[in-house]
Unconditional design. Structure first.
Length: 366
């Protein structure tokens, strides 16, 4: 699957840059293209310049509203929305000029919900793309603030407004709870860099598998772009995890072979459970309308069993969601499971931002 990535604001632009890194990796490791181009829309020239070292061919910075770069108004959602509306023609013209524009399967817009530029800009841009390019899905990746930011009422209100407006215009919204990707020690910029890599890496297998043309990477049940598009709707969580295979699988002989297969199924379940506990946002499987899993395993003959067991287990856990599954011979020494939990009817975090923002706004009105 080939995406046209659009990052808005500081957080959005940094994550968009990570997608360019992912494209380079997909090209080198798996001979597939997953990103046609990445646009970085921001009012801060210095932070755009920091990202300029990445591969020029795919990278397109767009500076907007530079006069407000250090102003306090730029921390508000409504300001970000105004900037994007004011610059709509320039933004649309730039995106339209992407070399492989008509070969991209979907738009992926990214922003931090708690800020201003990205928080307000993302829905305006999503709406423009949706109106102009009917039939091409518009997906959003929205990061939810760190716990330490939540005492700030502006941050809570920006987040709620961003979520509410992006949900209305995007085909699906990937929720990414920053708190879940918090990196360990280190200075702030490196820390964010580490979190950003972890966030973007979750998409790697799904994008590569749905784009594979190389027969080396074709599984027993292939992941089609249609499977991904059919799965994605509304609030969405994404996760990936891996279980290592021990060296026992290199043994020969019938009985060992049988054990090897059974062991593989156990490992696959282990990876699936780990993926579900590493989802990008806390949610319950039973609230999902649609689920997709992708199994990446080295053993072709065993993968069908593994896939069946994972599918059955997900079906039990989700109590009847629409489940799609596929496999992909991408891994060598382990089993990796990627999961999309989509069309979530309820997400605790979203509800909590809506409630807190409503209280803050009504208090302000008093
Ligand atoms: N994961 C991640 N989150 C970020 C990053 N930068 C900022 N954020 C988060 O996004 C929120 C919005 O900030 P920012 O992107 O700076 O605002 P904007 O420039 O006005 O769009 C912050 O409160 C953080 O929670 C980043 O590089 N990675
Ligand atoms: Mg900013």
């Amino acid at each position: 699957m080939k995406l046209l990535v659009v990052g808005v604001g500081d957080c959005g632009c940094r994550l968009a840059a990570e997608f360019v890194r992912l494209q380079r990796r997909a090209r080198a490791e798996r001979n597939v293209n997953i990103v046609a181009g990445a646009y970085a829309i921001n009012n801060n020239q210095a932070s755009l310049a920091e990202l300029a070292a990445i591969e020029a061919e795919f990278w397109h910075p767009i500076l907007i509203g530079r006069d407000y770069a250090s102003s306090d108004v730029s921390k508000l959602n409504e300001f970000g929305a105004k900037l994007a509306r004011d610059e709509r023609d320039r933004i649309m013209a730039a995106i339209r000029a992407t070399p492989d524009f008509f070969e991209t399967d979907a738009f992926l817009l990214i922003a931090g919900a708690a800020g201003g530029v990205g928080s307000g800009g993302i829905s305006v841009i999503a709406q423009m793309l949706r109106q102009r390019y009917v039939g091409r899905p518009v997906y959003a990746v929205v990061t939810l603030p760190f716990e330490s930011e939540e005492l700030n009422s502006e941050c809570v209100c920006n987040t709620a407004i961003c979520l509410k407006s992006v949900y209305k215009v995007a085909d699906a919204v990937f929720l990414v709870d920053n708190e879940r990707f918090k990196a360990g020690d280190g200075a702030p910029p490196q820390k964010l860099g580490e979190s950003n890599r972890k966030i973007v890496d979750i998409f790697y297998d799904l994008l590569c598998a749905s784009g594979a043309v190389d027969s080396k990477y074709v599984g027993a049940r292939n992941l089609g772009i249609g499977d991904v598009i059919q799965t994605l709707a509304g609030w969405t969580a994404i996760g990936v995890a891996r279980a290592e295979l021990t060296s026992a699988r290199f043994s020969f002989g019938k009985s060992v072979d049988f054990q090897k297969k059974g062991g593989g199924v156990v490992k696959a379940l282990e990876a699936m459970n780990a993926a579900l506990s590493a989802l990008s946002v806390d949610c319950r499987l039973e609230d999902a309308g649609r689920v997709l899993y992708l199994l990446s395993a080295p053993i072709r003959e065993a993968s069908l069993d593994m896939s069946r067991v994972i599918g059955n287990r997900l079906s039990e856990l989700s109590r009847g969601s629409d489940i799609r599954g596929a496999d992909f011979p991408g891994e060598r020494n382990g089993i990796q499971v990627s999961a999309l939990i989509s069309e979530l009817a309820y997400v605790e975090k979203v509800k909590s931002y809506y409630d807190r923002a409503a209280t803050l706004i009504s208090e302000r009105g008093k």
